[in-house]
Design a protein around this ligand. Sequence first.
Ligand code: NDP
Length: 505
Amino acid sequence: MIEERADIGLIGLGTMGRNLVLNMADHGFHVAVYNRTTSVTDEFIAANPATPGGLTACRTPGEFVAALRPPRIAVLLVPAGKPVDAITQQLIDAGLARDDLVVDAGNSLWTDTIRREREYADRLRFFGSGVSGGSEGARFGPSLMAGGDAGSWQRLRPIWEAIAAKVDPRTGRPIEGAAPGKPVKGGEPCAAWIGPNGSGHYVKMVHNGIEYADMQLIGEAYWLLRTLLNLEPPEIGDVFAEWNKGVLDSYLVEISADVLRQKDPARRGRYLVDSILDAAGQKGTGKWTSVNALDTGVAAPTIAEAVFARIISALKDERLAAAKLLKGPAPLTRRALGPREKIIEAIRQALYCSKVCAYAQGFQLMREAQKEYGWTLDFATIARIWRGGCIIRARFLQRIAAAYAEKPDLANLLLDRTFRRQMKEAQDAWRRVVSVAALAGVPCPAFMSALAYYDSYRSARLPANLLQAQRDYFGSHTYERIDQPRGAFFHLDWSNPGRPQLRAE
Ligand code: NDP
């Protein structure tokens, strides 16, 4: 007989789900669990016989609903798409009521969350929440981006804030040291209500888009050090560990240092990174972000470039064939490269500048989305909850949070006074790295795209005047003039030029 005593329930005991359950139980919440494959539930309960909050194993959706104290909260951690609708329907059939809350914590497409909130409105409260931090984050403190109605957030909030990663508000650094049964106490939780309906999932998607760019940029820094300077993986690991003490301090730089120092357990005397096939996989959130950038007309080239870089990497066989046929430049001499320490420092600065551009593009996307969906996003809060728990956590998010707190309507992160100064100081090194890479034939598409973004954005004039003329020439698409007010469109009869004619738009 199942007792109605669980504070919260979770469906989907996969990598993320089982860790989030243990995290909630560590914080004293009693959690009901249900998994499609019952043996997984049994093994999970057997492996965790005593948790502070306690667990209730449920073998059917009916048992799951019966185990929850009303009004109920059910968290889903299953693959995005059909499984979310299928399970929600099973819960409705099993007796979930109108006041009960279903929290989809998977990586769902934000438009699905908007649709689901509407579709299920007369049967339950559907809520979306992005979760970031991988399995380790889920276990000891993720970053949680909640989106849905404000009343539901108030019910979820105590649990979400308890289990989230915590940061020291003064330094912005994550508070480490959580262990099974010993959660971190105090600090600012990396959990927040982002806004209505799909906003939480949207912000989580942009987080992942930035993550794609961040990872690609670190990969390019590694590759430049490897190919230009012939550094061995552990030497690059040491360089990264050093970088991690300054403005580049971040989870991704930290784990990259660890990865590069890892020996290959299967091949004596080799480093694991050298044995791993250079063909990247992807699950789609970087693509969603890039597609959304194109749909909404926001320039996010560094994020898109990172997706394309993964696509080209995956063409391993074609690249092997092309490598024999397509010639590159002669290798650069040591002399042309300059002193080793200088180029290492230049790559560090190039990485930082490119990273600022990638984050700026992510925030530009969110800025546009809020207009489209009628959200009011608080960018300082978003930067704050990304300081801990999530994959893109980084020291400089403290500065991003401060920039938006000072000026919530900042047109672009690049315009913040601190970032402006930093870019000014580091840009020569950044330009040098990109030009050396081009001369040496070493691909660094994200570094290059970020620099082009910076230069385009800071250019008062661009060659789009010629482009507009071309469009008018072949398609009568009209153009605006620099000596006329914006919004007045002209057309020239290019085969018989007289005065340009004003055209109504
Ligand atoms: P896993 O593949 O480890 O686990 C998936 C879980 O979903 C399993 O419990 C599985 O049950 C269940 N499931 C799958 N299909 C169905 C279905 N049709 N009906 C019912 N249950 C189903 O996934 P993760 O834990 O890695 O990911 C879960 C969600 O979290 C995804 O949306 C993912 O994108 C997101 N996420 C993942 C992160 C990560 O680092 N892994 C990070 C952040 C978010 P069964 O045992 O029966 O197969």
